[in-house]
Design a protein. Structure first.
Length: 289
């Protein structure tokens, strides 16, 4: 009797044992797989956070030192301006103020003209005609449209000429003031050049110190985040460089002994393919050597 049931019992126990082992192995595999992917996700998340933190800290550092550079240049600008006032006297202050006011007035009137309905409608008409010319394949129609385009272009050119005539007296006054100011600079050339050279050297030294300090802090930041620093960096971009100016172009030209050209005007018309580039009549008076 015992032998009769012994064999089935052994087989049943073996089956149960296999089932338990299968479940255990499956559990271990799933657990191990889950653990591995979990660690991977956490590592990726940590890496992303570190990169984001590094980028934010570096950007903040650059902003800090770009501001220090801008402040240094602004201090130089103010110091040079005060020196000019002392050297050139009250006459310089009066004429420079008049020049600034006239330039502001012309800029304002020019912007108003560019935004006027008459000017904008003329530009839009040119754009519409240009589009129709490009779209039509009928030569007769194209010829008519081209003729209308030319008429509209001439009308816009005439509008520019009228606007320029309105500003003509102001532009002539500006040229006269620039000639008088240049003479003031010429009379005090040596004193102004000495101040300019001194401030240039002072500013170069300040900028060098600021850039060195920036790279020192950047080196520490890179070491903290295990980032390799291959070369010396600058705390500014090209746009910042474009804004750097201690003296105005006019003052710089005066210091460099340039002469003021007689007042003249130039009309720049658009090309057939550049309707958006209609340019108002500009005064081409420039300080040339």
């Amino acid at each position: 009797m015992k032998n009769k049931y012994y064999k089935p019992i052994v087989i049943l126990l073996f089956v149960i044992l296999c089932a338990v082992m299968f479940v255990a192995v499956r559990y271990v595999n799933v657990t191990a797989s889950t653990f591995k992917f979990s660690n991977f996700d956490k590592k990726a998340e940590l890496t992303m956070k570190l990169e984001s933190s590094y980028g934010e800290l570096k950007a903040t550092l650059k902003q800090k030192y770009a501001k220090l550079l801008a402040n240094s240049i602004e201090e130089t600008r103010l110091e040079f301006d005060n020196s000019l006032k002392e050297i050139l006297g009250e006459e310089y202050l009066i004429k420079r103020k008049e020049l600034s006011q006239l330039e502001t007035q012309i800029k304002k009137e020019r912007n108003e003209f560019l935004k006027s309905d008459e000017y904008l409608n003329g530009k839009q008409k040119l754009k519409d005609l240009k589009q129709k010319i490009d779209e039509t394949s009928n030569e007769n129609e194209k010829e008519e449209l081209q003729s209308e385009f030319n008429v509209t272009l001439n009308e816009l050119s005439t509008l520019n000429v009228k606007f320029n005539n309105v500003l003509k007296s102001k532009r002539e006054e500006i040229d006269s003031l620039k000639s008088e100011l240049k003479q003031l600079f010429s009379n005090k050339k040596d004193e102004i050049s000495a101040v300019k050279d001194r401030l240039e050297q002072k500013t170069k030294k300040n900028i060098g110190e600021i850039i060195s300090q920036f790279n020192f802090e950047l080196k520490e930041l890179n070491e903290a985040f295990a980032v390799s620093l291959d070369k010396r960096e600058m705390p500014y971009d090209d746009e910042f460089l474009g804004d750097i100016s201690v003296v105005s172009k006019f003052e710089n030209d005066c210091i460099n002994e340039n002469t003021v050209q007689d007042a003249s005007v130039k009309l720049e018309l658009i090309s057939v393919d550049g309707v958006d580039d209609v340019v108002v009549l500009e005064n081409t008076s420039k300080l040339k050597s």
